[in-house]
Write a protein that binds this ligand. Sequence first.
Ligand code: 2P0
Length: 325
Amino acid sequence: MKATAKAHTNIALIKYWGKRDESLILPMNNSLSLTLDGFYTTTTAEFREDLTADRFHLNDRLVDGTEYQRVTAFLDRIRRAAGRPDVFADIHSTNHVPTAAGFASSASGFAALAAAAAKAIGLQVTDPELSMLTRQGSGSACRSIYGGFVEWEKGTKADGSDSYAVPIAPKDHWDLRVAAVVLSSSEKKILSREGMKRTVETSPFYPAWVDNIPDDLAAIKQGISQKDFEKVGEIAEANCLRMHATTLAASPPFSYWHSTTMAIMQAVQDLRVSGVPAFFTIDAGPNVKVLYLPEQEKIIRNTLQEIPGVHDVTVSRPGEGVSYI
Ligand code: 2P0
């Protein structure tokens, strides 16, 4: 009753922002991401008859508190699905993240945990079923089941049985690059879970966000299929800005950006003015991801590393989906 899985994190080009069901983690809108090869989690799950509670080790440290509660609540779902409410698990996870700042990566974490735990307990699942299961640990993680470009279908059913990820194009379809720019001070003040909830409940901009998604999705899927970098980059950057605009209109208002975040955004826009195609996207934190094509690697790296307040720049290529080791 032991299995090990590896999953990569993903960056959303069309963001998941807002839930219609908080318990089942059902989103208000479809989202679309690229799985990245630079950041991944490996997790070993072992279910044992002699354990009286789950144990969760992250990077060789025994975890307790909220983080542990989230993992054990997720394992409860796996136990229920497998019809084995009586067995507990020993979980060992390692986050392979090139820097200590930011990128705790619940996406790769829950995807690796779901795959390892389902296999270890003997649950036979298809990829869509695994994605659905993973979604209930963390929404964005359901996209990390697949490599390359991935869409998470929001679904319309109340039980969540039609809300899972679907592969759009494999990782070898297009050699896009994503530079993850980590800031020196990247303390995240408002967790994405709280941030999206406050936005859904209080931001008058939120309905406009939801209304705009089908147009962005249709256009970006066409851009991905045609490998039209300008089109994909423009839509991703605009979609990111719209998501962040919803937080400014929330009550009380909030923003994930630091001054360095804005300096990086400006630098990327300046690069475009000087003829270098590059676009940014930002999640629920101050770090920035920059999209570009391989031929721009040198100028992108040099430009980003020189910005004051930038701690680290790590480049990813499209990554693969979940695998078993
Ligand atoms: C995304 N984010 O699509 C968006 C963009 C942040 C901004 O998914 O509550 O950690 O576990 O479902 O997946 C972050 O939210 O939230 C996220 P839960 P999650 O990647």
